[in-house]
Design a protein around this ligand. Structure first.
Ligand code: XMP
Length: 512
């Protein structure tokens, strides 16, 4: 097991993910953990994460110097490298320029951590993000690689098994970065790589039992994978102390609301309150056309309905949410700091503030594919676990302009045919998200001998790894032709189909 000391970098969780990917168990704890806590963990190795601070600040966060005396290997990343060099007698100075983004490291010397693509003579693309830099090494250290802006980009003390890099090997922009973590954990720390999602499940359940005790928990189901996995995990941990509430906004795809109810009530036997609030949502949305107003209207009403149902249940102590790690990053950048609001996601935030309940977020450290693996581990059916992401506001943000029940029904039919064709073609799992959009645009057509004047349907399908960036999916023309023909023939109200070939950025995945 490996211990990660967290200095607050936005990408610390990615380090944990890289380790889990290679079958290594790890835990992230705050940088200021004391020696006793660190020793009690009995780590085989310690990683010092990056962080936003400067080691030159008066109250700079530093780990206890005892981490270098444990007799286990230490790997410092970016800020972690600087902290290590400073604490062991090296020197750190403010850089003349901040180095941010893509850079190249030239490997100069051999090291046990630098194998394969990192052997001497190799040049590796890396992702840098730093203002300060190391300018003199502590005794015992050598430079094994450097970049233009960082002469000490990659340093090691082979004897004491201390390693430091100025860049971030955990991000995808350091394409071969995972190899460094693998070499560190497997070859240097001696981890076997036999840790699995099954072990994660057992630990997560144990943690939940400790956190919740005899408390009562309510969990909102959305029909998506995240909330379903959250609920099933909680059910395994605390059984009947859990009640689920499913607010059916009426904005779901064909058949999905029924699937949720059947799965939870009949298959898992989890107490479930199904609130059929479709009419309420439609009434409230009448005449609303602005995308942000739409999102806020749905988000607001969702909270009202959920809150009302929860109070009918009588006192609960905890609210469970299927927040994932990317939601944590996104909601930070969506709400705080200098970045602008692109879209207000309606499922994070809001509820907890209103309900004054303690939060349980068992998926907070995980990424989507890990949540799917956990879902499989919990016995959720493959078709459910493999489902594409679906936005909280549902079909409402796939109907630009005002929303009516008729429009929703037209969209549901087109969307069902589109997805059916995708599944028949065996393409569903190769796509991150695919859906139909009903445009508020009417065009003229001819069917049989008659003139038609109906709506346009846009089809969207994208590939992505995290929803933050995306590419349109390259369907064959034949596939597109088949899907379009079926939609126009089978769905009344649509007489033209177009395919959206915008990537993100500059587009977003959803149309609103
Ligand atoms: P965009 O359209 O911003 O979407 O490129 C990125 C990903 O987020 C999903 N999305 C949402 N998910 N609540 C959600 O739970 C929301 O309000 C929301 N808006 C967008 C979108 O489907 C895509 O996967």
């Amino acid at each position: 097991r490996i211990l990660i000391l967290d200095f607050g970098s936005q990408v610390t969780q990615l380090i944990a993910r890289r380790l889990r990917e290679s079958g290594v168990y790890c835990e992230i704890i705050p940088f200021n953990a004391d020696e006793a806590r660190i020793r009690a963990f009995k780590p085989k190795g310690v990683i010092l994460s990056g962080g936003p601070a400067s080691v030159l600040d008066k109250d700079a966060p530093l780990p206890t110097p005892a981490v270098y005396e444990l007799g286990v290997p230490v790997f410092g990343i970016c800020y972690g490298q600087q902290a290590m060099c400073l604490q062991l007698g090296g020197k750190v100075e403010p850089g003349e320029t901040r180095e941010f983004g893509r850079a190249f490291v030239d490997m100069r010397e051999a090291s046990t951590i630098a194998q394969g693509d990192w052997k001497p003579g190799e040049r590796q693309q890396v992702w840098m993000s730093h203002g300060d830099r190391v300018t003199a090494l502590p005794p015992g250290f050598k430079v094994v690689g450097n970049s233009e802006g960082a002469p000490y980009a990659f340093v090691t003390d082979e004897k004491r098994k201390l390693y430091g890099v100025q860049f971030h090997p955990e991000v995808v922009h350091t394409p071969h970065g995972a190899e460094l973590y693998r070499a560190f954990t497997h070859d240097i720390c001696g981890c076997k790589g036999d840790w699995t999602m099954a072990a994660y499940k057992t630990q997560a359940i144990e943690k939940l039992r400790q956190q919740i005790g005899k408390g009562r928990v309510i969990c909102g189901l959305s029909g998506g994978v995240d909330s379903a996995v959250t609920a099933v995990l909680l059910h395994e941990a605390i059984g009947s102390q859990l009640t689920c509430i499913f607010v059916d906004t009426g904005m779901m795809r064909a058949g999905e609301a029924d699937e949720v109810v059947t799965l939870f009530r009949d298959h898992y036997n989890i107490p479930l309150v199904h609130v059929d609030a479709g009419k309420q949502f439609l009434d409230k949305l009448a005449g609303v056309t602005d995308p942000e107003t739409k999102r806020k209207t749905i988000g607001g009403l969702f909270i009202d309905v959920f809150d009302a149902e929860a109070s009918k249940l009588g006192g609960a102590d905890f609210l469970a949410q299927g927040t994932l790690y990317p939601d944590v990053i996104e909601s930070v950048s969506f709400t705080g700091g200098p970045s602008v609001t692109i879209k207000s996601h309606h499922n994070v935030g809001g509820l907890p503030a209103r309900m004054k309940l303690k939060l349980v977020e068992p998926l907070r450290e995980l990424f989507k594919d890990e949540v799917r693996a956990l879902g499989r581990e919990l016995g959720l059916p493959d078709v459910f676990v493999g489902r594409h992401p679906f936005p909280g506001p549902g079909l409402a943000i796939r109907i630009p302009g005002d929303i009516t029940f008729e429009k929703l029904e037209i969209l549901r039919k087109a969307d069902r045919i589109y997805l059916e064709e995708i599944r028949n073609a065996g393409l569903y799992d190769a796509i991150w998200q695919a859906f139909a959009v009903l445009l508020p645009v009417k065009t003229v057509g001819v069917m049989g001998d008659g003139r038609t004047y109906d709506n346009v349907c846009a089809l969207r399908a994208v590939t992505s790894t995290d929803g933050m960036t995306a590419d349109y999916f390259p369907f064959s023309h034949e596939f597109l032709g088949r899907a379009a023909t079926r939609i126009i023939n089978e769905v009344r109200g649509i007489n033209r189909v177009v395919y959206d070939i915008t990537s993100k950025p500059p587009g977003t995945i959803e149309w609103e």
